[in-house]
Design a binder for this molecule. Structure first.
Ligand code: HEM
Length: 212
């Protein structure tokens, strides 16, 4: 059987798949199918894909541990950078198409509307993670500091969910769904960090806990 990991086939496939939301959006724009308020539609689609990409990135490690498919880790950096990419598009849509570079109004909006404040903070926090995503930066920072810095991604995702919860007016079902998925990923992460260690103390469970 062909080992897809030997070739960049899967990476290319995932790369193309990650570009699909942008292709769909561009298609809708070119065929004038963005609805009555195209700017709102672009903001919403880029926003939701930022959040989805963040959650997919966070799901890589649990998926790797649960399936034993270690090479999944090779996709994590690319997925994280796509979260930054869609976040950048979302932000540019806001400052360009929505606010038309009115700096004073943007500053006032960031200061006065809590959902914009939280979204803005989350996006700003994504920048150092994108900048330090290269292999050279990982080496320069040292694994431990790099890992510490990149734990910020949880705070960013929480910010994304809060931003979403805050901006929807009536139906909070969708933001709650994303919040639930993030909650499950966080619980898994905490369990892995602290829960498994306590199991290791119980001889009968030590073997099983260490195997995972
Ligand atoms: C990590 C960063 C961010 C994430 C994850 C995020 C996520 C989202 C999501 C999920 C939506 C709603 C999509 C929908 O209704 O289907 C949204 C809408 C929006 N976001 Fe963000 N966002 C982020 C950063 C920002 C930033 C930096 C700004 C502007 C400074 C911003 C401004 C907006 C605006 C104006 C809307 C539309 C609100 C409306 O429909 O009334 N977001 N965002």
């Amino acid at each position: 059987m062909i080992d897809v990991w030997k070739y960049p086939l899967l990476k290319i496939g995932v790369f193309v798949a990650c570009l699909m939301p942008l292709a769909v959006l561009a298609g809708q724009a070119l065929t004038h199918n963005l609805g009555a308020n195209p700017i709102d539609e672009i903001t919403d689609q880029t926003g939701i894909w930022t959040l989805r990409m963040l959650l997919i990135t966070l799901a890589v490690t649990p998926a790797r541990r649960l399936t034993g498919w270690n090479r999944l880790i090779q996709l994590r950096r690319m997925l994280g950078l796509f979260a930054f990419f869609y976040g950048g598009l979302h932000f540019v849509t806001y400052i360009w198409l929505d606010q038309f570079f009115a700096v004073e109004e943007i500053i006032a909006d960031v200061m006065e509307r809590p959902f914009i404040t939280v979204g803005f903070a989350s996006f700003v926090l994504l920048i150092p993670l994108a900048v330090t995503s290269t292999t050279a930066m990982i080496k320069r920072l040292g694994g431990k500091w790099w890992q510490r810095l990149h734990r910020l991604v949880y705070a960013i995702a929480i910010g994304g969910v809060v931003h979403y919860l805050w901006l929807v007016k009536a139906d909070i079902q969708q933001p709650l769904l994303y919040g639930g998925i993030l909650g499950a990923l966080l619980v898994y992460r905490l369990w892995n960090r602290y829960g498994r260690r306590s199991l290791v103390g119980i001889p009968r469970l030590r073997k099983a806990a260490l195997r995972r």
